[in-house]
Design a protein around this ligand. Structure first.
Ligand SMILES: NC(=O)c1ccc[n+]([C@@H]2O[C@H](COP(=O)([O-])OP(=O)(O)OC[C@H]3O[C@@H](n4cnc5c(N)ncnc54)[C@H](O)[C@@H]3O)[C@@H](O)[C@H]2O)c1
Ligand SMILES: O=C(O)C(=O)C[C@]1(C(=O)O)C=C[C@@H](O)C=C1
Length: 359
């Protein structure tokens, strides 16, 4: 069967996610038209390869992707179904059940609507933070409902594939329970930790290392966006928070007992191992080769060139800064069998390595 055509497509909401979808589709050869209630957002997204801001005949549009804030999704999806009479309409909102319920309450014919949710983003918003490869190798959840037309479902599959994502299909309610556990609770826990820092004096904050930065990255997210996300998934998130409260009570009840503390920490470590690897396989423990990068122009580019020359497949990278010294560290994650050869190649190329812990 032929892949459904996505071209021309319209993206409504040219922020982080919309502009990234626009850029990914444009890269895949799809003609993309960008619309945003803030016209400069659409222009910025267009200038960064996300598509064009030229108007288009609505009757010709095959696909509409709605990427506006959660509280506006149902209204904009309903308008899009009315305006683009032949198009499949999807939204990329972080919560699916409330959008579907709102659309049903409006009495809209939902045959051409299929919800979806790319599990990729960042703590930043706006078109300047968009990237064409944001969805590459990431999960894109598709949530068909009982009245979605098969062709519309296939079109949304083709959208996710064109963006390089891995497709998972599930019902909206199931999706919302899952993201309460793997996205919404983690956001709240990160915010809880970061909020404690408001009462910490500067001389203590100056000691902060990478651990604190890792745990608080997503606490920097937009509070308006996340208020809408969590409010739309309120019950499922509340259940997760109550479970955390129980765990915290248990931790405090056993306080002072090293064995209870060890069990608590071991449970946490086991939890990290439950997270699937980047292709959806079981968790993979990578080895990390940590290279010192001098704070000099071009150092990072040279380092990447040397890693490429070593012919090693890089699974992930992370940059750490040393606030006390004029250096940074590039932590390169690779599979264990190739770690030693990467270490040797880096040393031979003149780089200083931090002592390995896990090779
Ligand atoms: N941020 C993430 O990590 C992430 C990841 C996956 C999905 N999402 C979902 O994607 C959607 C967009 O989030 P984002 O992070 O791109 O936010 P964003 O703020 O970067 O972008 C939203 C854009 O929508 C525009 N907009 C608002 N109301 C509009 C309307 N009525 N018509 C047209 N444009 C309108 C805004 O001007 C803005 O440019 C949200 O529903 C969010 O739940 C976010
Ligand atoms: O990487 C991040 O910054 C994200 O938090 C992205 C993330 C997530 O929880 O994974 C956040 C919300 C979205 O709905 C989807 C993806």
């Amino acid at each position: 069967m032929n892949e459904p055509s996505l071209t021309p497509a319209v993206v409504i909401g040219a922020g982080l996610v919309g502009a990234s979808v626009g850029a990914a589709l444009t890269t895949a050869g799809v003609e993309v038209h960008l619309i945003d209630s803030v016209s400069s957002h659409a222009r910025v997204a267009a200038s960064r390869g996300g598509g064009s801001t030229e108007p288009i005949d609505p009757a010709t549009v095959r696909l509409v992707v709605v990427a506006v804030p959660p509280a506006k999704l149902a209204e904009v999806v309903a308008d899009a179904l009315a305006t683009y009479g032949k198009a499949t309409v999807t939204d990329v909102g972080s919560v699916k059940g409330t959008v579907l319920a709102d659309l049903r309450a409006r009495g809209v014919n939902l045959a051409r609507y299929v919800g979806s949710h790319p599990m990729a983003g960042s703590q930043r918003v706006g078109p300047l933070t968009a990237r064409a490869d944001l969805f590459a190798d990431r999960t894109w959840v598709i949530t068909p409902h009982d009245t979605s037309r098969a062709k519309a479902v296939l079109t949304v599959h083709a959208l996710a594939r064109a963006c390089g994502a891995r497709i998972v299909s599930m019902g909206a309610t199931h999706h919302d329970e899952a993201v309460a556990q793997v996205s919404h609770l983690p956001q709240l826990m990160s915010s809880l930790t970061a909020a404690r820092l408001n009462d910490v004096p500067d001389e203590h904050l100056n000691l902060a290392g990478q651990g604190l930065r890792d745990v608080t990255r997503i606490a920097a997210s937009d509070p308006r966006l996340w208020t809408q996300i969590i409010s739309a998934n309120s019950e499922a998130v509340r259940a997760e928070l109550e479970a955390v409260r129980d765990s915290l009570d248990e931790l405090l009840a056993g306080w002072g007992d090293p064995e209870a503390l060890r069990r608590f920490l071991a449970d946490g470590r086991q939890g990290t191992r439950a997270i699937p690897g980047k292709h959806g396989a079981g968790g993979v423990a990578y080895a990390e080769v940590v290279v010192t990068i001098p704070d000099a122009p071009g150092a990072l580019a040279r380092l990447f060139a040397d890693i490429e020359a070593a012919g090693v497949n890089v699974e992930d990278v992370r940059i750490e800064h040393d606030p006390a010294r004029e250096v940074g560290y590039l932590a390169v994650q690779v599979t264990k069998p190739v770690a030693k050869s990467l270490q040797a190649a880096m040393t031979e190329a003149g780089w200083t390595l931090r002592p390995a812990e896990s090779l």
